[in-house]
Design a protein. Structure first.
Length: 717
């Protein structure tokens, strides 16, 4: 591949497809009722909305899945430090999250998984764990989110499937604020008694339970005035302020600081967070004289910012970034955090790239006799020896590859689980206004409908046969579209794209175990959940996992599928020549499933056969004559003047292509089968194969009818 192929630095920004990149905006949905939190002077808010204070400093069960005595899907434990009067509010010492057989031990400075220290971001077993300048965030596909600000505040959010199934300091998640946490067998239970029951007993740990203290009625005019002021009106409309007023009163009662405002800051911050969760708009309540928050570097404090932060080497597009708005220090709009040299917030063009050393933007990195000019976001552009090119002319989307391939899969007409491929869309330079669209009926459009062959500076689209269409590019992408018997797509990439792709085709890193990775970096266990995660249209309904065998629904379909599909693994068939190179067993399973599931069984069966033939060709085994005993109806359907061949490897032969200054396409693709003009003949504008001397004339792509004269460069023709 030529020098125009882009190459990414090993530690560069992960490529994110255009379907992921979207505008950051706060989702105004109310999900406060699925959130439990703890903050400040040992305050807790249960899932069901009750706010209480529990000053225990042992390790406690914050939230656990308790619906089964024999199996626990998750648990979240925490332990607080004992606070001195000089230190102010107690902070969280550690958080321990257990999900199935994985144990995550989080401290302010490090993270351990099953006792082993790991670096972040970390992805394993359906768990995503990240840390930025604001929060440590754990997300699990079991329906659990845990966020910790590294100080006093921890948040746990659960899917509604855990309703009435939890226990711990967060309560039972049954929708009732008091039952059954603080009322047991008709007796009122104090927060101290309730909290002590959640203690996690550790061997050799000497930790005393807190004891009951007599409560005193305290005036709360100051707290009432703070939280019910017009400044907080947006929050008061979506969150009941009274529990936080009571928490504020407790803060003041236990505060020995000379400045009362210092004592209530943590509760006001929690009220602000709950307001964001409920869809409200927290005010800018911190000032230099009240609860001032000093941010490091050149960061700014936001009351309602995204807990995900773009850095020079990472762009987080998770939906969690929109849902869980938090307070904290963030980079100003239009900047990213420098996680390479720790310079604080920088503009994207100031980002560095780290390889053997740290390179500044514009510095040249040489390796293997190629020069690479560093561009923003860690991109490296190879330049040919002695070549000259303006860098800005070919810089593509800062967080995307130079292209995106989208496919439209829709339910077929009559079969519930049968999925049909309807179109392929190639976004050139990831510009939706520069989209090349190929539909299942063979129509092609590039902003407008076009005829083939079609050539531009970067792409060539042509039909090497009536069964196939080919897209070739100058930047290392080749897309083969099979139209007969049904639409199928094969994407081939230059080796320079290794480890730099995302999507349904995997990440091209030669490791099979992590191919089913979602946009959030989580490796899924089922094809349906993996496929659903890459939807380009979020309004499209998720596809469900099919657990039954479609062949079990019809004995007739099963017998048909097994009879014909068995040819793939038969030692007497044409396919046997390839068995040593390509195991037919996987294709046999695909064939039987597709044949039983399809509305047109033969079409789907033949599509799998042709896929096996193509896979064999990639291994150097060319299978000729495989249609002689199966799928032979496609051979006899060639238009008049065309012939069938299973070894076509040439550009499209048309009269119009003869008038083109450059052919545009190459024969650098695997042989295909189908109908085409015989050697020496060219297809005219009526679809008939004719000798060259019978081809009509073309000038500037326009058909010149016989007998018509034109002027070319002042000469008459």
């Amino acid at each position: 591949m030529g020098w125009t192929t882009l190459w990414l630095c090993v530690l560069a920004l992960p490529l994110t497809s255009a379907i992921q990149v979207k505008a950051r905006k706060a989702r105004q949905s109310n999900h406060v009722n699925s959130i439990c939190s703890t903050w400040g002077r040992e305050h807790f808010k249960t899932f069901d909305g009750d706010v209480y204070q529990f000053p225990g400093t042992c390790e406690y069960n914050l939230a656990s899945d308790c619906h089964s005595e024999s199996y626990q899907e998750f648990s979240v434990h925490l332990k607080r430090n004992e606070a001195t009067e000089a230190e102010g509010n107690p902070t969280v010492k550690h958080v321990v999250v257990t999900i199935n057989d994985l144990v995550f031990h989080l401290t302010k400075t490090q993270v351990a998984v099953n006792g082993e220290i790991v670096t972040l971001p970390y992805y394993n077993g359906g768990v995503q764990l990240e840390r930025n300048a604001v929060y440590t965030k754990l997300y699990s596909k079991v329906g659990l989110v845990v966020m910790w600000n590294g100080e006093d505040a921890v948040m746990v959010e659960l899917d509604t499937e855990y309703t009435n199934r939890t226990c711990g300091l967060c309560g039972d998640f049954n929708g009732l604020p008091v039952h059954n946490e603080f009322v047991h067998n008709g007796r009122k239970v104090s927060p101290i008694e309730f909290g002590n029951r959640q203690k996690v007993h550790r061997p050799n740990e000497d930790c005393e339970d807190p004891y009951e203290e007599e409560e005193e009625d305290e005036p709360h005019a100051q707290c009432d005035q703070l939280l019910r002021s017009p400044l907080w009106s947006s929050c008061g409309a979506v969150v009941n302020a009274e529990p936080y007023i009571q928490a504020c009163v407790q803060d003041l009662c236990g505060c020995s600081n000379t400045s009362d405002s210092f004592c209530v800051c943590s509760t006001l911050a929690e009220y602000s967070r709950q307001c964001s969760h409920a869809g409200g708009q927290p005010p800018h309540w911190r000032t230099t004289a009240f609860c001032d928050k000093q941010c490091p570097f050149n960061m700014v404090y936001l009351e309602s910012g995204s807990p995900c932060m773009d850095t020079c080497t990472h762009s987080d597009t998770s939906s969690l970034c929109e849902e869980h708005l938090m307070d904290g220090c963030f980079c100003p709009h239009g900047t990213v955090f420098d996680d390479i040299s720790k310079r604080g917030c920088v503009t994207q063009d100031q980002c560095q790239c780290k390889h053997d050393k740290v390179y500044n933007s514009g510095e040249v990195f040489r390796q293997d006799r190629e020069e690479c000019v560093h561009l923003p976001w860690g991109l490296l552009l190879p330049l040919s020896q002695g070549g000259k090119q303006e860098v800005d002319d070919i810089l593509y989307d800062e967080v995307s590859p130079k292209f995106t391939v989208l496919v439209q899969l829709v339910p077929c007409i009559r079969q519930k689980f049968d999925t049909c491929l309807k179109s392929v869309v190639v976004l050139l330079n990831n510009d939706r206004n520069n989209a090349l669209v190929i539909t299942a009926d063979g129509k092609v459009s590039h902003n407008a409908q076009i005829t083939l062959p079609y050539n531009t500076a970067d792409i060539s689209v042509f039909k090497p046969s009536s069964f196939h269409m080919m897209l070739q590019t100058s930047f290392g992408l080749q897309v083969q579209i099979q139209l007969v018997p049904i639409m199928q797509v094969y994407v081939t990439l230059d080796e320079s794209y290794k480890t730099k792709t995302q999507g349904l085709c995997g990440n091209f890193n030669k490791v099979l175990s992590d191919d089913m990775k979602t946009p959030q970096g989580i490796v899924e266990g089922t094809a349906s959940s993996f496929g659903n995660s890459w939807k380009a249209n979020p309004t499209c309904r998720d596809r469900e996992e099919r657990l039954d065998d479609p062949c079990s629904l019809s004995v007739e379909n099963e017998n048909y599928a097994k009879h014909w599909c068995s040819m793939l693994r038969s030692s007497d068939s044409t396919f046997a020549k390839c068995h040593a190179m390509v195991d037919p067993e996987l294709y046999y399973k695909r064939c039987t499933y597709a044949s039983c599931n399809c509305e047109k069984s033969e079409d789907c069966l033949c599509a799998v056969f042709s896929s096996y033939v193509r896979d064999c060709a990639t291994k150097g085994v060319v299978l000729s004559g495989w249609r002689e005993n199966v799928c032979d109806k496609y051979i006899g359907n060639c238009p008049a003047s065309q012939t069938y061949s299973d070894q076509l490897q040439r550009c499209q032969l048309t009269c119009s292509s003869l008038a083109s200054k450059s052919q545009g396409c190459t024969n650098d693709f695997l042989p295909v089968d189908g109908c085409s003009c015989p050697d020496g003949l060219y297809m005219d504008d009526r679809g008939t194969c004719v000798p060259m001397d019978k081809c009509p004339c073309f000038h500037n792509g326009v058909h010149i009818k016989p007998g018509k004269s034109i002027n070319i460069q002042e000469e008459h023709w």
